[in-house]
Design a protein around this ligand. Structure first.
Ligand code: PMT
Length: 414
């Protein structure tokens, strides 16, 4: 397998040791580039900012200099300019992010023009480029802008879709700069090994809600963090990701398709609908094992000293899915409070899994609702892999490493 550049969150920032050139062009969204620079730096990147003259009308170079601790480059000539920077900058960094990218810089890039420092850097660049367009709705809809973007994508540049909403000019529609945290994710994908390219990963996350009456339900303590981390990291590594989630307030990771469900029965249908087309299924969801036999139509009233509720067993989603299993890699989790490895091994066999992630949920820093986890990976063959306490994204990396190895063993590499 190709050597992997490890992109990590938590103990090691995702852009640790990475140098990113941030090109800022002249649109109102230039102010958001300051937040982007800050986030990239927090994620461990060394950021060099290059601004067009128009961008300096919206935000001062001093803002970026203060944030990045580096001199901001704005001109090709003059006392401030460094000789040959117009060529070297785009070749020395690990990646280039242009945010916001105006229709003007997109047009210049498509036409191969270099009439200022940033456009010349981009012309001479040899490193991966991510364009984050932001402009007025009508400009975005203009066929010439779309043709220019098509040309740039055909040449291998990555382009993020702008977001829809109310723009600074008052118009409503597509044209807003994507959120800085999404740009950071898209940049992380640009720098990650694409070992899941062409692989379709189905992930489940979160709790289920089993309704008792119109105001009450049975549920558990799952926040969705583990499943969302898996979806995020799989997309970063090039996968096409569908995340089937029970009720969770977490933001959908950038690039990931989210299917929201409520109950175990809804989750079963959603997984069944998508499993056949998937290459891997990772079930991190905490699925309720029981549901009330009857969901009362009216609120259950107080009054009796004791009340009883009859429960029916929910379907075992993994058990049902194993009947449809063809070449898919199927991974389960086991949330345990005792006999961790023995219980997990029993579920591994019973549910016909490729491997299982055993999760001791009695620890305060692992399992439900925290950002860290401590798990043991048990496979059908070989010794258990006992991992130390890691961030959930690092745990996701390790699980996905094993998935990609199993896919490679079947001759299916990304
Ligand atoms: O969401 P977080 O707050 O980040 O918490 C993460 C987590 C603790 C929920 C996660 O790490 C975890 O352990 N998920 C599995 C929880 C669980 O339901 O475990 P289980 O041992 O009850 O189930 C075993 C496996 O069968 C799981 O993959 C589960 O998704 C699946 N299952 C369970 C019940 C059911 N009816 N159908 C299933 O398919």
């Amino acid at each position: 397998m190709a050597e992997k550049t490890k992109i990590k969150i938590g103990s090691v920032p995702i852009f640790s040791g990475k140098r990113i050139l941030l090109g800022v062009t002249g649109g109102i969204a230039a102010y958001k580039a300051a937040e982007l620079a800050r986030r990239l730096i927090c994620a461990g990147a060394q950021v060099k900012v290059v601004m067009t003259k128009a961008a300096t009308e919206f935000v001062t170079p001093l803002t970026f200099q203060a944030l990045t601790g580096e001199k901001v480059a704005t001109a090709m000539f003059g006392p401030e300019a460094e000789p040959l920077e117009h060529v070297s900058l785009g070749q020395e960094v690990d990646a280039i992010v242009v945010a916001p990218a105006t229709a003007n810089i997109i047009g210049k890039m498509a036409a191969g023009l270099g009439d200022d420092l940033l456009s010349t850097i981009l012309l001479a660049a040899t490193r991966p480029v991510l364009l984050c367009p932001a402009m007025n709705v009508a400009m975005w809809a203009n066929p010439v802008v779309q043709e220019n973007l098509d040309r740039l994508q055909a040449r291998g540049l990555q382009v993020m879709e702008p977001e829809a909403g109310e723009l600074a000019c008052g118009a409503v529609g597509l044209g807003r700069l994507p959120e800085p945290e999404d740009i950071v994710e898209a940049a992380a994908r640009l720098l990650s090994p694409q070992d899941f390219s062409g692989i379709r990963v189905l992930v489940t996350a979160g709790p289920t809600h089993e309704d008792c009456d119109p105001v009450r339900f049975l549920t558990n303590r799952s926040s969705g963090k583990m499943g969302f981390a898996l979806a995020k990291v799989a997309w970063r590594r090039g996968a096409e990701v569908c995340l089937i989630s029970g009720p969770s307030h977490l933001r959908t990771p950038y690039g990931v398709e989210r299917v929201s469900v409520r109950s175990a029965q809804e989750m079963l249908v959603a997984v069944q609908d998508r499993f056949v087309a998937a290459d891997a299924l990772i079930m991190a969801a905490a699925v309720g094992d029981y549901r009330p036999v009857n969901c009362e139509l009216k609120k259950i009233k107080r009054g009796r000293n004791e009340a009883q509720m009859q429960l029916a067993q929910n379907p075992d989603i993994l058990g049902e899915i194993s009947r449809l299993k063809d070449k898919q890699v199927v991974v389960g989790f086991a949330a345990e409070t005792h006999d961790l490895e023995a219980e997990a091994r029993r579920k591994l066999e019973q549910k016909n899994l490729d491997f299982i992630v055993a999760n001791d949920v009695t620890r305060k820093d692992a399992g439900f609702a925290v950002d860290t986890n401590q798990v043991t990976i048990l496979s059908r063959k070989g010794e258990p892999l006992r991992l130390p306490l890691l961030s959930k994204e690092e745990v996701a990396e390790r699980i996905l490493d094993r998935v990609v190895d199993l896919l490679a063993a079947q001759g299916r590499e990304g």
